[in-house]
Design a protein around this ligand. Structure first.
Ligand SMILES: *Cc1c(COP(=O)(O)O)cnc(C)c1O
Length: 412
């Protein structure tokens, strides 16, 4: 490889974590799947030397829970993807988020959270676990509320997800990072929408990035995994201390599946990104459709920021119908043949998930949309259907959507 011309990130991703040549000068293409429960040492002195390296934060393995060469290969590839120096694998995306927050927060601290984040963050992590440990939390909408008014003297972490879950509000991460750092706090960003690479939160100022590898990095709907990433060595030592206490471990088999998924991530994302815009434009042309939430559409309020900070689009959109009742939203989803009903996304296949207005109520973005309807003399909207647009033929997908819309219209 030449030193003069930097490699395109796609190229670096394809080769990151590949095994080097052995003494005979040969090597497999892929990292071996190395399973073990513990690690054997030739001498006590060598064991102690490795122990010292782990104590100062290096990801070397002394025990099965610390992972093997398979895990190191995936961590290296994820660092390449996100421009990070340190990566920790977690049993799920939620586990990665919990790891990041628990590493930085303690009793009496406050975490400030953007209001459009993935639902289990407020409802599973913060309001239950953290509240019991005396960690304060509050929410704000960075699109309309100045962050400075929400930062408290004990705010240690600002947690953001961009685009937001369900309505995909695109946030100004560099502006949030500046305000967070001016306050002496740290910024953690969930980069799952961007599959860890359509947006580079650390280049935009984030200190920590969490990602659900369950989604696009795995890419085939056959595993659960998460990752937490950091650049700074001192921060990495704090995370390692918490990581050791939580006892997270992921199997070498699953780590190898994520590595396999990473190699085709750019081609899959390019097709998801094309398909989602074709489906979004098709939906907008339907008389029953009121709005499509999808930052890749020029009509989306987040489009300009998305163009500034993202290098592509994933397969997600949410569709809002003009006057569908909640019953009709469900009838629409039930009638879909190619799209399965389900949460999650990021696999090759198309999915649909009705999200009720009640579930969306905490989002300022949804409250604004409802207010606009009221001003236009329209009844409140029953909610949206989030679609994950998969890799199937787009004509087949729109035909499926068409028959389901027709079915829903007949349920009055
Ligand atoms: C799915 C998801 C997660 C959680 O990942 P799991 O592996 O399902 O725990 C976190 N953040 C976002 C934005 C997600 O979509």
């Amino acid at each position: 490889m030449t030193d003069s011309r930097p490699l395109h990130p796609h190229t670096r991703l394809l080769h990151a974590g590949q095994p080097g040549f052995n003494g005979d000068g040969n090597a497999p293409v892929n990292a071996a799947i190395v399973r073990t429960s513990t690690v054997r040492f030739a001498t006590v002195a060598q064991m102690d030397a490795l122990k010292k390296r782990r104590q100062v934060g290096e990801q070397v393995s002394l025990y099965g829970r610390h992972g093997t060469d398979t895990h190191r290969a995936l961590e290296a590839a994820l660092c390449t993807l996100e421009g990070a120096n340190h990566a920790w694998l977690a049993p799920s995306g939620v586990a990665a988020i919990t790891l990041g927050m628990l590493s930085l927060l303690g009793h009496g601290d406050h975490v400030l959270i953007t209001d459009s984040v993935y639902d289990p963050v407020p409802h599973r992590i913060v309001s239950t676990l953290f509240a019991r440990f005396g960690i304060e939390s509050s929410y704000f909408d960075p699109l309309t509320q100045p962050i400075e008014e929400h930062l408290r003297s004990n705010t240690r972490v600002v947690y953001a997800e961009s685009p937001g879950s369900i309505l995909f509000e695109v946030l100004d991460i560099p502006a949030i990072a500046r305000a967070t750092h001016a306050h002496g706090a740290l910024l953690m960003v969930d980069n799952t929408w961007a599959a860890g690479y359509l947006q580079a939160p650390m280049d935009l100022g984030a200190d920590l990035v969490a990602c659900a590898l369950t989604k696009y990095q795995g890419g085939h709907s056959d595993l659960m995994q998460g990752a937490l990433l950091a650049r700074d060595d001192a921060l990495a030592r704090r995370i390692l201390a918490t990581y050791e206490a939580l006892g997270y471990a992921v199997s070498a088999d699953d780590a190898s599946l994520v590595l396999r998924g990473l190699r085709t991530l750019p081609v899959r994302m390019a097709q998801h990104g094309r398909h989602v815009l074709e489906v979004a434009n098709w939906l907008l042309a339907q008389p029953e459709v009121e709005n499509v939430y999808c930052p890749g559409l020029p009509s989306d309020p987040g489009h300009a920021l998305w163009k500034r900070d993202f290098s592509g689009h994933n397969g997600l959109l949410s569709v809002q119908f003009k006057d569908f009742t909640g019953q009709q939203l469900n009838a629409f989803a039930d009638a879909l043949q190619l799209h399965s009903i389900g949460a999650s996304w990021g696999g090759y296949e198309s999915l649909a998930l009705p999200v009720t207005s009640a579930a969306l109520a905490p989002h300022q973005g949804w409250q604004r949309a409802q207010k606009q309807r009221e001003q236009a003399g329209l009844p409140p909207s029953a909610g949206v259907v989030r679609l994950h647009v998969g890799l199937e033929d787009v004509g087949d997908l729109t035909a499926d959507l068409q028959q389901a819309i027709q079915h829903a219209c007949s349920v009055r």
